[in-house]
Design a protein around this ligand. Structure first.
Ligand SMILES: O=C(O)CCC(=O)C(=O)O
Ligand SMILES: [Mn+2]
Length: 204
């Protein structure tokens, strides 16, 4: 484990190749039940480049009308989200350092050109619990800073199997994905990156 900044922990190659393949199969099963959808920004309705779905009791969603929020039902199918795979619950137990399990696992699907702007994860009622994030497939350029938008930032290349934890002083750090490096992994069928983000939503 490498401490990148206060509260920002990096576990390179946390999942080996076999575990990554198993995780991809588990996520395929999630997507089969809860299809990827196109999230849109609050108010403007501008579509994000990342496709999303969730597993867990709650899922993070966004659309023009209601904005960023957590909800128990898929916004298109209106079905409950599938359960979080056991392997991810075990990851949370291992690195989360938090007594209760995650309630939400956001699945972000990045095509070659997708990216995610700098933001804080602050739609949760609970900032005591960390955010635990898994990278699968193509590498990306992940950039993070401090708790103010204009704080100095650092960039790190995240590869398949890597895990990042934003906890404690790093829980509200700004972060985002500047670019994908297409064709840097053969894990997925197409050139793409999947990110899985585990979160506790409600206050204890
Ligand atoms: O894809 C990533 O590595 C970051 C995803 C993220 O920050 C989020 O979903 O809030
Ligand atoms: Mn985030």
């Amino acid at each position: 484990m490498l401490l990148l900044a206060p509260g920002i922990r990096y576990y390179p190659d946390h999942f080996d190749a076999d575990q990554q393949s198993a995780l991809v199969e588990e996520i395929r099963a999630v997507v089969a039940q809860a299809p990827l959808y196109v999230p849109a920004m609050p108010k403007t309705g501008k579509e994000m480049s990342v496709r999303m779905t969730n597993c867990g009791a709650l899922g993070w969603v966004t659309d023009k009308e209601l904005g960023y929020r957590y909800q128990a039902l898929h916004p298109v199918t209106h079905n409950p989200w599938p359960a979080i795979p056991q392997r991810l619950l075990a990851l949370w137990e291992e690195v989360g350092n938090y007594p209760q399990p995650p309630e939400a696992c956001l699945v972000n699907f990045y095509s070659d050109t997708a990216k995610m702007g700098q933001h804080q994860d602050r739609d949760e009622q609970n900032f005591q619990a960390p955010v635990v994030s898994v990278s699968l497939g193509d590498a990306c350029l992940f950039r993070f800073g401090g708790t103010k938008r204009n704080d100095k930032t650092q960039s790190i290349r995240l590869s398949s199997g890597d895990v990042i934890v934003l906890g404690g002083e790093g829980r509200l750090a700004f972060h985002g994905v500047d670019r994908i490096y297409p064709g840097t992994s053969t894990l997925l069928k197409s050139t793409a990156r999947i990110n899985l983000t585990l979160r506790r939503v409600t206050a204890s």
